[in-house]
Design a protein around this ligand. Sequence first.
Ligand SMILES: *[C@@H]1O[C@H](CO)[C@@H](O)[C@H](O)[C@H]1NC(C)=O
Ligand SMILES: *[C@@H]1O[C@H](CO)[C@@H](O)[C@H](O)[C@H]1NC(C)=O
Ligand SMILES: *[C@@H]1O[C@H](CO)[C@@H](O)[C@H](O)[C@H]1NC(C)=O
Ligand SMILES: *[C@@H]1O[C@H](CO)[C@@H](O)[C@H](O)[C@H]1NC(C)=O
Length: 473
Amino acid sequence: MRILQLGLLVALASGVSAILIYIVGVSNQYDRLRVTEDDLNALRALQSGFKKCVETTQIIFEKHSQCGSELAVCDMIVVLVIKLHIAIVDSNGLGLQALISQDFCQVKIQYPSDTVSKWSDPETGEPEGLSFDFNLCEAAATWEQVRNSSTILTKEFIDALPNGWEEYAWRRINKGIQLDQCKNRTLCMEKLSSVLPETPPFVPRQFGRCAVIGNSGDLLKTKFGEEIDGYDAVVRENGAPIQNYTQYVGRKSTFRLLNRGSAKALDKVAELDETKKEVLIIKTTIHDIMNKMIREIPIRNQVYLMLGTSFGSSAKGTGLKALEFALSICDTVDMYGFTVDPGYKEWTRYFSESRKGHTPLHGRAYYQMMECLGIIKIHSPMRADFSRRVNYLPNKSTLDAARIASEKLLRRAGAGTNDKFGACSIMNKGQKGKFPTIPGLHEPAVNHQRYVEGASMYPLERNTGHGMLCVLP
Ligand SMILES: *[C@@H]1O[C@H](CO)[C@@H](O)[C@H](O)[C@H]1NC(C)=O
Ligand SMILES: *[C@@H]1O[C@H](CO)[C@@H](O)[C@H](O)[C@H]1NC(C)=O
Ligand SMILES: *[C@@H]1O[C@H](CO)[C@@H](O)[C@H](O)[C@H]1NC(C)=O
Ligand SMILES: *[C@@H]1O[C@H](CO)[C@@H](O)[C@H](O)[C@H]1NC(C)=O
């Protein structure tokens, strides 16, 4: 009997303590995620700077004074014929408008009302709209996370991912039935072996200044070639040729991002870069055709898979994927060859006839948002001055404070903590005890490796709170 009572007491006590622990935990979390007045001020500063960055215009008065200092009458005439030139000089957005709302995150980017939509949704037939809602908090938090991420698929990632082989790798190989959910892991690994490094081949900030080159026909309007060759690394897309276009697109090519169509013609793509040093990065599933080509042709270029692909649909956003990849390995990222100037009529590629560009106005507005958050810099025929300054960019302290506030508002994993591994919802210890494996890293990359203690951090797809998978050395 006494034992029973004691047991009851113990059970009760542990129940109460469990509840207490729960309450303390919740209130701790509540404290962490509490949005302070400072947080809100940071978001306000980000928003108002953003608005100015997109749309500030400078009005220039130009006096047409041809009559020198002669008569009062002449002065009057001058006043009458004063020509009011309203030149869009400082407007980074080239006529775009940014509307900010009471909400601390939402902004609307709007095109001039006389803009004619040239693209319609093939399913609904609706022409593309002229205003787009964006979430600045989402963008600030997500792109900063990308900058510290590994975006190349590795063996350590699959090993650490729950059901990594049975689900992720199996889907990625795209040979479902025969491989039977990778029950025979050796066989599965064989399929991936030519494209699967053990650990990330590149680390954050490994390269200094990078350029991402799109395929827009606009590239033929400006001779950017020499300028592009001046970057530390150049990222190209799909079947973009270099030969015969070097004065416009440069010669240098460090990486090439491939969608499904291009990856299937891996042998043709590998010929585009004469140096054969270009690293090929596939953003879709790996196919036996590709494996065969890598082994048998043989393709001398290094080939990798990019993480976080939307399996199947390959046309979707190679441009944004290329920016994501570049941001994960470069100090700064500039973009060329995207259709980002006013007056969009039809999408052409610099090396072929016009095609169906998708959602061009949405894309242009999104890239403008990225530029005004200081994530990328846009180069285009209308913004061809290399030394062009992007005005009203947020400074580092505003950006950091706004990002921390955004993480709290969005309930991101690790928000409000000082723990550098706070966002790691999966944490694994690697096998090799490696610290920076790449020789000759420049200082920003070394500093970052020190900061993360040599850990690799991978973004997890469809993870609530954008948690990461982290592998410590
Ligand atoms: C798994 O695949 C490998 C490589 O093809 C093969 O040698 C081995 O026999 C397979 N194992 C089983 C249990 O089927
Ligand atoms: C470059 O031009 C030459 C001569 O017109 C042509 O033979 C070659 O195929 C072109 N190269 C590319 C990559 O288009
Ligand atoms: C950064 O910008 C904010 C808002 O424009 C300003 O208040 C602050 O003084 C700036 N900080 C630095 C270090 O320049
Ligand atoms: C990314 O890494 C830098 C150090 O290189 C650090 O200061 C920053 O807080 C990190 N950002 C995130 C979102 O963890």
